[in-house]
Structure formats: structure tokens, C-alpha cells
Write a protein that binds this ligand. Structure first.
Ligand SMILES: NC(=O)c1ccc[n+]([C@@H]2O[C@H](COP(=O)([O-])OP(=O)(O)OC[C@H]3O[C@@H](n4cnc5c(N)ncnc54)[C@H](O)[C@@H]3O)[C@@H](O)[C@H]2O)c1
Length: 341
């Protein structure tokens, strides 16, 4: 690195991982910000930062000339306000997923990113998961032939987290689980199979009484080139967290399960017909939160003027698919996502 990158981190829940990643990368931390003073102080002590680098109001960070880039990891509802403010202040921005919770908000962020000459990246962290990167490489190399069916899921029980505070921001009617968490699975399949053209979905609400939306949704989607797919999202399911992802091709199948330490690759046998009964076991880190690699890519974009892989439009496309899923489940209608941004 020929220039030291100076960053601020706003929101110190999951943002604590980004802060650690920025430090591990060698960036200088010029500001940390959280409305919760105890949390702020805990991170100040943990990383031995000066009082002068600690803020409870992000607007005080906007004014800091010393900051090149900011990472926004506040509740989703605040992404638009804070991201637009930092873009307008001339800072590079990495904003947590989902880009926004409404079409209006995501369009406002896209407009601000287009108007800025700074980098804007959405934190779609699954694109930095080693197993998912490997899976995409295998598909692109033709190892499983022609893709015809893809499937992913976001199965993550929120019950304990939602019961831990009187009114958690994730119970906001706008923060549907498909948008908030399901955007991981949607973005992953978009990355591998392209932008879905049609969505049909069904939802059910049986697990999380504290949320005003379906806690479980299943959607079937049409992708380009005749590929079909399925996405399951449950934020109340009684099991361990998983984003099990399956990619089916005419010559093989990839099973990528982040509850295991490997992925499985089935390919056709030597006769070109039957499937080898035993899959190839590919030992690979199925780490879902590779924040350091995500930060490296963001930093590289800034320092070497390379494109970010998940710009505002990429983030908006994933939100558009998520909102289409919610809309389909609510209206019992097929929905055609609109990617005009
Ligand atoms: N990439 C991932 O895998 C991943 C994982 C978890 C969360 N997230 C995303 O990260 C974001 C934060 O989620 P979380 O789980 O850390 O939530 P959280 O509630 O644990 O933490 C959010 C933090 O933001 C602070 N905050 C609230 N309003 C603020 C404001 N106006 N200014 C500064 N700080 C403010 C809160 O005090 C809190 O400390 C969300 O967008 C979420 O969707 C992403």
C-alpha cells in the first residue's frame, strides 16, 4: 500500500468486524461512531483509540477532512440518510447490506453514488466467502456443464436476538426478513446465475410473533439462459444458521454448505453418463463473514482506482429482487423485477 487509508466506522454492532478488518489491513482509524456511548467506549478501549476519534453523531464525522472513507453499519433504515450524507461530503463509502429497505431509498442512494466521483460499495459479504468464490469459478470453468437449476437459502433464527430488546429495529414492518437477511442468498444467486426475470413466492408467519411480516418465504425464480431457481428464507427456523447453496449443471452438481468445512463436487463418470457416486470433497473455508477480504477489495478500489464488485446498482438489483419476492408473496401474483436505475 503506497498511501495510508484513513477510515471511519459508523455503527458498532457488526461494524466491529469491519473496524477489526480495517485495522488488520493497516488502515488508520480516524473515527468510530455509535449512538450508544457504552458500545463506543468499549471499542475505544479495545483498540486503544483516542477520545478525539469517538463520536455519537455521524454528522460530526462528516466534517472531518482527515477521513478518506467510511463504513456504514447502522440499522438498515438509516443507510440512505447516512450514505447519501457521506457521498455528498466527498467520502468513499462502504455500506452494509441491504442497500436499503424501499425502492425510494435505494434509488436515492444510486443517484447519490452516480453523482459522486468517490467509490461506493455495498457489503454483500457472501461474494468474499472462499467456498462461494470457488463455486462460481467451477461454474464458469464449465466443470458442471451448463447450469440449469440454482438454489440458496438464508435460514437464521432471529428469535433470541429479537427478544433481547423491547423494540428491535429488525421488527420494523419495512425490515422484512427477505430483504434484511434474504438479500445474501438473492445476491449470491444473482452473482452466479444473473438477474432473475420472474419471481413467484409464498410466505408464512408461524414463528416470530414480534414481527409484522412473514417469517418464512419460499420463492421460485426464472434466471437468464433458461436457468430456474429457488430461494428459501426463514428468520425463525429452529436450526443452526445456514446458507446452503446448490448449483446443478448438466455435467455435475456443487453442494456448498456453510455448516460444514468443505464443499462437494459431483461430476459425471468416465462414460460421460452416470454420476460418480462419491463427490469430490473440496476442503475450503466456508467462512461467511470474510470482512478482511471485503475491506481489501474496497481499499484496493480506492487506492488503485479499480471498480468495486458491488456498486450501488448491484446492491439495488438485489434489493429489487427481494422486494419482488415480498410483493409476490403478499399479492399472490408473479412479479417481474425492474432493473432500470
Ligand atoms: N454482512 C453481514 O453478514 C451482516 C451481518 C449482520 C448485520 N449486517 C448489517 O449491518 C448493519 C448493522 O447490523 P447489526 O447486526 O450490527 O445491528 P446492531 O443493532 O447490533 O448494531 C447497530 C449499531 O448501530 C448503532 N446505531 C444506531 N443508530 C445509529 C446512528 N444514527 N449513528 C451511529 N450508530 C448508530 C447502534 O447503537 C448499534 O450499536 C445492518 O445493516 C445489518 O443488516 C450485516
Amino acid at each position: 500500500m503506497n498511501k495510508k487509508l484513513t477510515v471511519g466506522v459508523v455503527g458498532l454492532g457488526f461494524g466491529g468486524n469491519h473496524l477489526q478488518a480495517a485495522i488488520d489491513f493497516g488502515a488508520e482509524i480516524a473515527a468510530i461512531c455509535d449512538v450508544n456511548p457504552e458500545r463506543l467506549n468499549a471499542y475505544r478501549e479495545k483498540h486503544n483509540l483516542p477520545e478525539s476519534a469517538c463520536f455519537t453523531d455521524y454528522r460530526d464525522v462528516l466534517a472531518l477532512d482527515s477521513i478518506d472513507a467510511v463504513i456504514i453499519a447502522t440499522p438498515d433504515q438509516l443507510h440512505r440518510e447516512i450514505a447519501v450524507a457521506f457521498l455528498e461530503a466527498g467520502k468513499h463509502v462502504m455500506c452494509e447490506k441491504p442497500l436499503a429497505l424501499t425502492r425510494e431509498d435505494m434509488r436515492a442512494i444510486v443517484a447519490a453514488a452516480k453523482a459522486s466521483d468517490k467509490k461506493f460499495m455495498v457489503g454483500q459479504i457472501c461474494r468474499f466467502t472462499p467456498a462461494f468464490i470457488k463455486a462460481k469459478e467451477l461454474v464458469e470453468a464449465g466443470t458442471i456443464g451448463e447450469l440449469y437449476y440454482v438454489e440458496s437459502e438464508y435460514a437464521h433464527d432471529y428469535e433470541k436476538m429479537l427478544r433481547s430488546v423491547a423494540k428491535h429495529w429488525r421488527t420494523d414492518p419495512l425490515r422484512h426478513g427477505v430483504v434484511g437477511g434474504g438479500c445474501h442468498a438473492v445476491d449470491l444467486l444473482r452473482w452466479i446465475a444473473g438477474d432473475p426475470t420472474e419471481v413467484t413466492a409464498y410466505g408464512v408467519h408461524k414463528l416470530l410473533p414480534m414481527v409484522p411480516y412473514d417469517d418464512t418465504t419460499i420463492s421460485i425464480l426464472k434466471f437468464p439462459n433458461g436457468v430456474i431457481g429457488k430461494i428459501f428464507v426463514s428468520t425463525g427456523c429452529k436450526r443452526n444458521y445456514t446458507m446452503r447453496t446448490l448449483l446443478y449443471g448438466t455435467k455435475g452438481t456443487i453442494i456448498c454448505d456453510n455448516t460444514s468445512d468443505h464443499m462437494q463436487l459431483f461430476t459425471i463418470g468416465e462414460n460421460g453418463m452416470s454420476v460418480n457416486e462419491q463427490p469430490e470433497i473440496i476442503p475450503i473455508n466456508v467462512n461467511n463473514h470474510n470482512a478482511l477480504q471485503e475491506f481489501r477489495v474496497f481499499a484496493d478500489a480506492i487506492l488503485n482506482d479499480t471498480p468495486v464488485p458491488t456498486d450501488a446498482i448491484e446492491g439495488a438489483k438485489s434489493v429489487e429482487v427481494c422486494l419482488s419476492i415480498v410483493q409476490s408473496a403478499e399479492t399472490d401474483q408473479k412479479v417481474f423485477p425492474n432493473y432500470q436505475f
